[in-house]
Design a binder for this molecule. Sequence first.
Ligand code: ADP
Length: 190
Amino acid sequence: MLNLVLFGPPGAGKGTQSQYLVEKYGLMQLSTGDMLRGEIAQGTPLGLEAKLLMAEGKLVPDAVVIGMISNKLDANKGGAGFIFDGFPRTVAQAEALDELVKSKNEAIAAMIALEVNEEELERRLLERGKASGRPDDANPEVIRRRIKEYNDKTAPVAEFYRNQNKFSSVNGIGSKEEILNSVVAIIDSL
Ligand code: ADP
């Protein structure tokens, strides 16, 4: 199996690149953000819990997202591998993911980070908000809160994978194809 973590701040382009990688390598994308929005849309208790936190730009509790990922791994055995998009977002989540894949005799092959500066992130998120109607993309204050959460809690996750010699990064500014080519070069060198 090829299991990849796609990493980067909100608006870095993880979802877009994940979709290309799904097509190119036959991987399954696991986006915790998409899963949480699905729970909200269905009005589940989990969705109700997550909704307020997400609207404020805060992370939802580790146990919630770890549980969702664990269920997906159990339900999708025997595929080509997974792309983790928007997960792990804390060091505790990264540790839990290591345990989950280890218990299935699998491993994370690499973390690939998309690097984009904060000014460009804010611009992209506001632009996306116009089209998507995502409430957390509409408000500059919430966007800044998400970027702060990223800097405080998520950025240290890069160190976790660097310590395992699994970290690579690419420039996340450029055409989607250019960025994909950089990501593919890393994957094909694994
Ligand atoms: P983006 O990366 O563009 O902010 P996501 O769809 O990945 O968008 O995440 C949207 C929101 O969902 C986050 O701001 C957070 O509240 C919540 N969320 C998603 N994934 C996680 C996670 N792994 N841990 C905690 N909260 C998460």
